[in-house]
Design a protein around this ligand. Structure first.
Ligand code: GCB
Length: 611
């Protein structure tokens, strides 16, 4: 089943948006009795009526807000609620929608005690119409139950077990992926209105003429609501395109159809950062929905970047020019708020990305906020957009269905972003396992059936000799930790091994190759000369040894990118290999540079200037 709607909530002449962000009431359920709240109908009344509540910020992960280990490590359900008013004016000729940017992992939502929506999967938005559930000109209550349990058929997978502890038994959540399983209401909660008949979906595809002087925007609009059913033929759209200076460059109507192509002369192409003096150029597309008698029904605006993607067995091109990716794997992660959306952090991160001269990142290992995707569009940062499948194993049909659903939701959400240049269908799946072959054939083909305008990749760590998934990909990405997980400390065993492995992947599949992860854990301020694991010297030296390999590889056209692991230090589950988390960041968790950042900056700017 494909999702519908999900346009980013934006105000317009016909739409209002209200945020429900703020401090909510919060209750943590008993781990051994996770369904108690459902049985006892906690959604029927204020959570604060019968039990002690803690104040909880939204958006934020709940794990690191209090000082309690039990909440940080909680497994199972937690509850949130809050009150809000809905103006009387929303009762007439409107629909009201409730939209969550993301809740990890599973969400159940009630409005005034009535079930409103359920959603499974973190990092992806969901919404529902709540027109009929609201009290207008009055106070309302929203209740959310969130469940963070990961099992073998969730994306990502995890395992739950009962283990004896000092006093009895305890529930343990285990997972193999290397980042903390933060949970809660991670992104903004919005109420927004649309007219009764409204623009439900907008899909665009852009391309440029051969000399990049003319842009084309294929658009298709889906309409829903009363008039859509009654008089579909009377509906049409008027499209106006404005350039960045606000000058209207196209104004056209669709004559009874809801799709067509706009032609933009003297086009300003969307270019990646440092590839042009004016990267990230965006137009604004205004979509007006008109009904019978030319009545204006709805207006929605969308940023559009004009660019062409093309790829072959040897290259990847934007607007006809070969692209070499230089960037990072990242995480949405920071002190206190965990994976909660934070505008200050997001803007700081983009400033650092530009400071260091990167032109790309991969949204390892799940979809990032819509706000950050918009920011990447604006700044010309290319995104390899990854679904939440990480460390996939024990392939089964239920898992496949959910994996496909995660891609459907991701592509549905992100297909209009010029910054998104590739889909990553998994990180480090166990692609040596027998069933991996057909499993990834299904996943890759499904992805192409949803969007054939972008290449498909996956970040693979299985040795190339054993891998069974690469033949279904357009671009091969591989993760490898020379001098860290293999041949620890051996600086003399990096360069040739990187060259050999990249070459072997290319030989095996005949596709372009990216090194999507390499790096070393580095404790800021630890200095050891000659370099020694965990020191700043070590990280810098590991980088330089890789740079040598990349420079040799770049002479072959098929080697198209290098991504450091990781942009910044981040939290993980507790383990003896992690000192306060994964420290492979080029920046600290507080977003300050380590020594290697300065080295990387020299390289990334030099690479950026070459094009
Ligand atoms: C990997 C994973 C990444 C880990 C990294 C590491 O291969 O893709 O999630 O954090 O290695 O540092 O171990």
């Amino acid at each position: 089943k494909t999702s519908r709607g999900m346009l980013y909530p934006r105000e317009s002449e016909t739409r209002e948006v209200r945020s429900l962000d703020g401090i909510w009431n919060f209750v943590c359920s008993d781990e051994t009795n996770p369904t108690q709240g459902i049985r006892d109908k906690w959604f029927d009344d204020d959570l604060s009526k019968s039990r002690p509540i803690i104040p909880m910020p939204v958006p934020a992960s709940y794990n690191d807000i209090t000082t309690e280990r039990s909440l940080r490590d909680h497994v199972g359900t937690v509850w949130y609620d809050r009150k809000f008013f809905v103006p009387r004016s929303w009762e007439k000729d409107q629909r009201v929608w409730l939209r969550f940017g993301s809740v990890h992992y599973e969400a159940f939502v009630w409005i005034n005690g009535e079930s409103a929506v359920k959603h499974e999967m973190g990092h992806l938005p969901f919404e529902t119409e709540v027109t009929h559930l609201l009290k207008y000109g009055a106070e309302n209550r929203i209740t959310v139950m969130c469940d963070n349990a990961l099992i073998q058929t969730t994306v990502p997978q995890g395992k739950i077990s009962e283990v004896a502890n000092d006093g009895g038994v305890t529930i343990i959540q285990s997972y193999t992926f290397d980042f903390f399983n933060y949970a809660g209401i991670h992104r903004s909660v919005h109420l927004y209105t649309t007219p009764k008949t409204f623009i439900e979906e907008v899909e665009i595809q852009t391309k440029l003429s051969d000399n990049n002087s003319v842009g084309y925007i294929d658009y298709s609009v889906a309409v829903n609501g009363t008039a859509a059913n009654e008089a579909e033929n009377a509906l049409y759209v008027r499209l106006k395109l404005y350039n960045r200076e606000g000058v209207q460059v196209v104004n056209t109507t669709s004559d009874g159809k809801l799709e067509g192509t706009l032609k933009v002369s003297n086009a300003m192409p969307w270019w990646p950062y440092l590839m042009h003096s004016d990267p990230g150029y965006l137009y604004e597309l205004e979509i007006q929905l008109h009904g019978a008698n030319e009545q204006l029904l709805d207006v929605y605006r969308l940023k559009v970047g004009l660019r062409t993607l093309s790829w072959s067995n040897t290259t990847f091109q934007i607007n006809g020019k070969p692209v070499y990716f230089r960037g990072f794997g990242r995480h949405e992660d920071s002190d206190v708020r965990g994976k909660g959306l934070d505008n200050a952090l997001m803007v700081r991160d983009f400033n650092l990305i530009k400071w260091i001269g990167a032109n790309a990142y991969r949204t390892s290992h799940y979809p990032y906020s819509e706000e950050s995707m918009q920011f990447a569009d604006q700044h010309g940062i290319m995104i390899i957009d990854e679904c939440p499948s990480v460390d996939t194993e024990n392939y089964n049909q239920a898992l496949l269905d959910k994996h496909k659903s995660s891609l459907e939701q991701l592509i549905h959400r992100d297909r209009n972003h010029p910054s998104v240049v590739m889909w990553s269908i998994a990180n480090e799946p166990r692609t040596g396992q027998l069933n991996a072959d057909t499993y990834f054939q299904f996943v890759a083909n499904y992805t192409r059936s949803l969007d054939s305008s972008r290449p498909v990749t996956a970040a693979i760590a299985t040795p190339w000799t054993d891998d069974k998934a690469g033949r279904y990909l357009d671009i091969i990405s591989f993760n490898r930790y020379n001098a860290w997980y293999s041949n620890t400390g051996r600086m003399d065993m990096v360069t040739q091994r990187v060259i050999d492995e990249a070459t072997a992947w290319n030989k095996k599949y005949g596709k372009p190759v990216i090194m999507s992860e390499y790096g070393a854990d580095t404790l800021e301020g630890l200095h050891l000369q000659p370099s020694f694991v965990w020191s700043e010297e070590f990280q810098s030296e590991v980088f330089s040894r890789h740079f040598k390999a990349f420079d040799a590889l770049r002479r072959k056209k098929w080697f198209i990118g290098e991504f450091v692991w990781n942009f910044a230090d981040f939290k993980t589950a507790q383990s003896y290999t992690r000192v306060g988390g994964n420290k492979k960041g080029v920046f600290t968790r507080a977003r300050q540079p380590k020594a290697a950042a300065h080295l990387l900056r020299q390289r990334y700017f030099a690479l950026g200037r070459e094009v």
